[in-house]
Design a protein around this ligand. Structure first.
Ligand SMILES: Nc1ncnc2c1ncn2[C@@H]1O[C@H](COP(=O)(O)OP(=O)(O)O)[C@@H](O)[C@H]1O
Ligand SMILES: [Mg+2]
Length: 417
């Protein structure tokens, strides 16, 4: 296990003036499972490859266990990496594929004096010599890795006689057999079909319990990020948008990008107004005054926030459907509904609903997605009058409670709280 520290890390490729990774700062704790997540091209692999030493660092510093590794060869960093393409040797058995990395690695052992005490050099470091692993040592390690990953019965097979999931397990076996200090994984599940991906995700959670290592895991899939990560690093265009636990990034997204990236279906966004009241602040949406929570009110007061246009975000599962309209309810018209088993996704048209482009700005160009919102509602206990409206494309009346409302600046897209 080891802690990993990235300080002010930049990556410039060739003559492209725009960095692929920009001012990346992160302290990873010993034994932590960190996930880098974001859309394709946002710099996840580049960052991971800089930790691995496969890509030069343009600016900044990366340290493993307190030791700066900028100029240290990949093979001397005590890391292991698993890729999307497992790159197993086709002509070797599973056993030899796993054993191969040990044969290459060799073992450092302390040099002893005649009394059997370790010898130290002038700087007080133990003197070591490198020797090869013995056949028996290799066998013990391969068998142990095979047990951990439950692939013992396939050890004699060639990779082509394995399923995709089994191959990925062998690739992981080849990495863990070396007992790396840091385990790097770059989209290891993206080549698998959906069912196998879910299964392997569960297996990685198991693996993590068995293998005491620091993990950095790269994915574009927010579900993988949310289920695997102790902390998640959400990136966009080379820039970290937010670092936090899955709960933190879900409950308190730092900006519209994070709000829309995490959670499915996406958070609904509404064009609203922040107004001052006797008690503090409220949000006005379609003529309805929406109370804000005490915590949000405190933060707005501390900023001395002005009355202005804002974007109000509410997740589809946080919208309450009401049986009848009142001065507290909002009204939308049902487009279609999707039956998801135990719940319904109701797509509806609402005058003040908006969509944003990826760059956090309001999307003026694409009219087609404007004025659309989604409500997720359990089927069980859904009053018949509401169910009827949904079936027939009628009106729905809805509210949301103060705790589930997210407020964003209309211009910057940053969270106001
Ligand atoms: N070897 C390379 N040479 C030039 N540009 C690259 C290279 N590798 C990646 N890039 C660019 O750097 C950016 C980040 O890429 P990458 O780290 O692979 O993103 P991700 O893994 O998040 O999909 C992209 O714009 C990509 O085109
Ligand atoms: Mg990548």
């Amino acid at each position: 296990m080891a802690n990993v520290s990235l300080k002010g890390v930049y990556k410039y490729y060739d003559k492209n003036p725009k960095p692929a990774v920009s001012d990346f700062n992160l302290e990873i704790q010993d034994g932590e499972f960190i996930v880098f997540v974001g859309p394709s091209g946002c710099g996840k692999s580049t960052t991971l490859r800089m930790v691995a030493g496969l890509e030069e660092i343009s600016e900044g510093e990366i340290a493993i266990e307190g030791k700066v590794v900028n100029d240290i060869e990949p093979k001397d960093r005590d890391i292991a990496m698993v890729f999307q393409n497992y790159a197993l040797y086709p002509h070797m058995t599973v056993y030899d594929n796993i054993a191969f990395s040990l044969k290459m690695k060799g073992l450092e052992t302390p040099v002893l004096d005649e009394q059997g005490n370790p010898i130290f050099d002038k700087k007080g470091r133990p003197v070591v010599k490198k020797r090869r692993y013995t056949k028996q040592e290799i066998d013990e390690k391969v068998q142990e890795a095979a047990r951990t990953l439950e692939i013992t019965e396939y050890l004699k097979r060639k990779p082509k006689a394995l399923s995709g999931g089994q191959r990925q397990r062998v690739a992981i076996g080849r990495a863990i057999v070396r007992k790396p200090k840091v385990f790097l994984m770059d989209e290891p599940l993206s080549n698998l079909d959906a069912k196998l991906r879910n299964q392997m995700r569960a297996e990685i959670i198991e693996l993590r319990k068995k293998v005491q290592t620091t993990f950095i895991y790269v994915t574009h899939d927010q579900v993988e990020a949310m289920t695997l990560g102790d902390r998640i690093v959400i990136m966009k265009e080379g820039v970290i948008q937010q670092i936090g636990t899955p709960t933190e990034v879900f409950n308190s997204p730092a900006n519209l990008f994070v709000a829309c990236f995490i959670g499915a279906p996406q958070m609904n966004l509404f064009k609203a107004k922040l107004v001052k009241t006797e008690k503090g602040y409220a949000a006005m949406l379609d003529g309805v005054k929406l109370e804000l929570s005490a915590a949000v009110n405190e933060k707005l007061k501390a900023q001395n926030a002005e009355e202005r246009e804002i974007i109000l975000g509410v997740r589809p599962e946080h919208i309450n459907l009401e049986k009848s309209p009142s001065d507290k309810t909002l009204t939308a018209k049902v487009d279609i509904s999707e039956m998801m088993g135990s719940e319904l996704h109701v797509h509806a048209e609402f005058e003040h609903a908006i969509k944003i482009k990826d760059d956090n700005k309001k999307d003026d160009e694409s009219e087609k997605d404007q004025k659309k919102m989604i409500v997720r509602t359990p089927l069980l206990g859904l009053p018949e009058t509401i169910a009827e409206s949904i079936r027939t494309g009628g009106e729905i009346y809805f509210t949301f409670s103060p705790e589930v409302m997210h407020l964003f600046d209309f211009e910057t897209g940053n969270s106001l709280t």
